[in-house]
Design a protein around this ligand. Structure first.
Ligand code: 6GU
Length: 402
């Protein structure tokens, strides 16, 4: 219950298949409704049509396959939902969630945020989608926050199944819906690792044994074993969830692609803020450029990215100017410095120099002592009074193969 005694969360669902949502009467969510914790109301979109055939779709302007859901029934349905505000909702408006494969990914973090809202409305689209003006009407005329949300990278025929999943994920986070608070804490995904394997009685079943460590009574050893199992499972099934803090993974260096651009932009900023502080200058392109600049640089330079367990941990780029092979933007995330990763990226950049190159060059801050030490060790020497070097920076070169 909320403070005023009304349900903690009101949920409206609009669909042309209201029967699909009957499953919300069952199990935990159904019990939460009976207990007055959730107020779930399902509406039939066709109730807001006015023609004999109860038409909800029509052909797309501009051509193309399939049908588009008409604006008028959707606008009337949403107007109706908003007008059904209970006295317990004061001046609240629903946050409109539209399931669709083109939406932002639905995650546990998003479920948690949505569970804090007082009122959610779900608009289940079918066919190719809903007339865009419905979104404008919801935002501008009704003043709703509108989020398009996807369950994953596959296509469902409509939003109904997605709404069942989302309401279950959100509803169980509403206080009181699940009795045992601990079962909410110890869960897959909450700390970025998958769960360990589970066993219950009997200790031998069909000739299969429970791992003996679980019967040992040694709680520290059990916790260590379970952590190992979580790491192994996550590595096998969801390597994208693993990052450096979860232990060691191999660093892989690969040519950057446009999909690396957002992370690269953040990496450059993280690295060059430190560089700027060290050298007391903010006149560094990496700090002021945007996504478009980084994207464009992929065409004019060869950029390499280093990933460890899926996480972007370093980068370097190369470009040829006559017989000089220039290395730029060599950077490593702050928490993984001092482990030879910068050196590896540097050697990679050097190894890709084409034949006919007479010098390899790079620039760094005159006061960036760690960088300078590493470059000297790798055979680079500062070129005194080099032309075209920005204030506060130094130019270093070496001959290839040294
Ligand atoms: Cl949320 N809706 C639809 N229609 N298809 C999907 C989806 C949602 N998530 C993945 N595919």
């Amino acid at each position: 219950m909320s403070e005023d005694g009304g349900p903690a969360l009101r949920i409206d669902v609009v669909s042309i298949f209201p029967d699909y949502l009957a499953a919300l009467d069952l199990s935990l969510i159904g019990k939460a409704r009976d207990d007055g914790l959730l107020d779930v109301r399902v509406h039939d979109l066709r109730d807001f049509t006015h023609d004999r055939h109860r038409t909800v779709d029509d052909t797309p302007y501009g051509g193309g396959a399939g049908m588009v859901m008409k604006a008028q029934p959707w606008a009337e349905a949403l107007d109706h939902v908003v007008a059904q505000r209970g006295s317990n909702l004061a001046d609240a408006r629903p946050h409109l969630v539209v399931p669709g494969p083109g939406g932002a990914p639905f995650t546990q973090a998003m479920a948690r945020q949505l569970a804090h809202e007082p009122w959610l409305a779900f608009a289940c689209g079918r066919y190719e989608g809903i007339d865009e003006r419905v979104y404008e009407h919801a935002r501008e005329t009704l003043g709703l926050e509108v989020s398009v949300v996807s369950l994953g990278d596959y296509v469902l025929n409509g939003g109904e199944v997605a709404v069942l999943a989302m309401v279950e994920a959100i509803g169980r986070l509403v206080p009181g819906v699940i009795g045992n608070a601990e079962s909410l804490v110890e869960e897959s995904h909450e700390d970025g690792l998958l769960e360990y394997p589970l066993y219950t009685k009997p200790r031998e079943w069909n000739g299969r044994q429970v791992p003996p460590i679980l019967l040992s009574g040694n709680h520290a050893a059990i916790a260590a074993w379970r952590h190992e199992q979580r790491l192994a499972r996550t590595a096998a099934r969801r390597p994208d969830l693993l990052h450096a803090s979860h232990g060691d993974g191999e660093v892989e260096i690969a040519a950057a692609t446009p999909s690396d651009v957002p992370e690269l932009n953040v990496l450059f900023k993280a690295c060059w803020v430190q560089e700027a502080l060290l050298n007391d200058t903010l006149d560094i392109p990496a700090l002021t450029e945007g996504l478009d600049d980084v994207r464009a640089s992929l065409d004019t330079t060869q950029t390499w990215v280093a990933r460890k367990g899926g996480r972007l941990v370093g980068a370097v780029r190369t470009s040829r100017l006559g017989d000089d092979w220039h290395i730029g933007r060599l950077c490593v995330v702050p928490d993984l410095r001092g482990r030879g990763l910068g050196r590896r990226l540097l050697e990679h950049a050097e190894a890709t120099a084409p034949d006919g190159i007479r010098t390899i060059s790079l620039d760094t801050g005159a006061l960036s002592t760690d960088n300078l030490r590493m470059y000297r060790k790798s055979g680079y020497r500062v070129v005194p009074d080099a032309p075209d070097v920005p204030a506060g920076a130094v130019h270093l070169t070496k001959r290839p193969g040294r």
